[in-house]
Each structure stands twice: as structure tokens, then as C-alpha cells.
Design a protein around this ligand. Structure first.
Ligand SMILES: [Mn+2]
Length: 242
């Protein structure tokens, strides 16, 4: 019975060695396979790819097994929601044309089984992310993207890959202990009446009860292979045994 809602984020396909990436892509395909009979919807909460830049006639090489699986799931009637992360926001029509999946560039607000969900990649909420927020504005600017797209894809993608390394180590170094902007943001949303605030970006799996709601961080598929599942009235953060 397809009555469950799944959440994954920060898979960062293409990040590590070819061998590790093969393993990871297979794991994601296996994961999608394992939820096929149970999923009503799947939420990809950003950073599925470590570096995705889409040109008019060119998309990054690879990921065919994953694309075939995504297509299979969509055709079987499962709705896949894809929120852009800070590593894969640069998109054209590829996902829309191939799979009928619209990329969401902001938050998704949904009521599921009577519970209110606020879903966002989570980038830009950390207190010391202001430098990043500035870069994000530039990178998401249409004119800047047009200019950038004039670079040969081999150059454009290599350049983006090198800055993506920096942005990740930058994110991981952030002090989340004392002044966790993401947690405070979640708290604010819960005060506004949301039952679940679900984010990624931090790369550390975390579930925290705040007042009448929950702040969930989905972790990542670099170290943790975690995912969230919501069924009936219960949310669980689980580990996929790859
Ligand atoms: Mn990430």
C-alpha cells in the first residue's frame, strides 16, 4: 500500500571517487526500489547532486541508473518533489521534460494526514551564512547565469566543482552548537503552527522535539545514509543499509 511519505537530502552525487559514487548511486537506486511499494510521495530536500549545472543542450554526464529509476517511480504514480539545494539549484527544463518534476526553489508547505509540514533545504538559515546568502543571490541571478553559461561546459562545471568543495567545507565548519540558526528558524516555524520542520544542508541527522512540533534534519548520504519516513501520524528518521 502506497501510504508513506519519504524524505532524503544531501546525497551529493559526484562528490567523491568514481568507485564510491558508483556505490552511492546504486544505494540510492536500491533505496528508491525499496520504497516503491510503499511511497505515496518522495521529497528530495536538496543537494541530490554535488554539482548540477544545466546548459541549453548539455547536462552533466552520468546518473543514468538513477534517472531510469526516477522515471520508473514517476510512471508508477509516485509523486516526486524536488527542492533545490545550494549545490543543485542551477536548473533548466531537464527534470520537467524528462520526468515531469518541477523543481521547487523555496520551501514546500504541506499538510499530510492532518500534520503541517514546512520543508526546505535549509541553506541560508545559519547565523554566519551571510556571506553565502550574498553569493546565492548572485548565483541565482538570471543574467549571471546567462553569462556563466557562455563558458564551455567542461570549464563551467570544473569551476563550479571547485567552488562547491569550498562551500561544503565552509558549511561543515559552521558553529551549530551555541547559535544554531537552523534550529532557531525551525522553532519559529513551529511557533507559527507547523508540526514538522524538515531540512537538510547540515549533514548531521537530528530529530528534536520543540514545543508541539519537531525539527528534523535529514543528515546526508556521504556518512549517514539516512532518510525520513512519515506514515499515518508518525515520523521516523531511519538509516538505509546500503
Ligand atoms: Mn549539502
Amino acid at each position: 500500500m502506497n501510504d508513506s511519505f519519504y524524505f532524503i537530502s544531501d546525497i551529493h552525487l559526484g562528490l567523491e571517487s568514481a568507485e564510491k559514487e558508483k556505490f552511492k548511486e546504486k544505494a540510492v537506486v536500491n533505496f528508491f526500489d525499496s520504497v516503491k511499494e510503499k511511497a505515496e510521495e518522495i521529497f528530495i530536500v536538496g543537494d541530490l547532486f554535488d554539482c548540477w549545472i544545466e546548459y541549453r543542450y548539455v547536462v552533466p554526464k552520468g546518473f543514468y541508473r538513477l534517472f531510469a529509476k526516477i522515471s520508473e517511480l514517476v510512471e508508477s504514480g509516485i509523486k516526486i518533489n524536488y527542492l533545490a539545494g545550494n549545490h543543485d539549484f542551477w536548473r533548466g527544463n531537464f527534470f520537467k521534460d524528462e520526468f515531469g518534476i518541477e523543481i521547487c526553489h523555496n520551501e514546500i508547505i504541506r499538510e499530510i494526514n492532518g500534520k503541517k509540514f514546512f520543508i526546505h533545504h535549509g541553506d541560508g538559515f545559519a547565523y554566519n551564512d551571510s556571506g553565502y546568502r550574498f553569493i546565492k543571490k548572485i548565483l541565482r541571478n538570471k543574467t549571471c547565469q546567462k553569462l556563466y553559461s557562455l563558458l564551455h561546459p567542461d570549464i563551467g562545471i570544473r569551476l563550479a566543482k571547485s567552488t562547491s568543495e569550498t562551500s561544503r567545507s565552509h558549511t561543515n565548519e559552521k558553529d551549530y552548537s551555541e547559535k544554531d540558526g537552523m534550529k532557531d528558524f525551525a522553532e519559529k516555524k513551529i511557533r507559527e503552527g507547523f508540526d514538522y520542520v524538515i531540512m537538510g544542508h547540515r549533514h548531521i541527522p537530528h530529530v528534536q522535539n520543540i514545543n508541539n512540533g519537531y525539527y528534523v534534519n535529514l543528515g546526508d548520504w556521504i556518512d549517514y545514509y539516512t532518510y525520513g519516513v512519515f506514515r499515518e501520524q508518525t515520523f521516523e528518521l531511519k538509516k538505509f543499509s546500503a
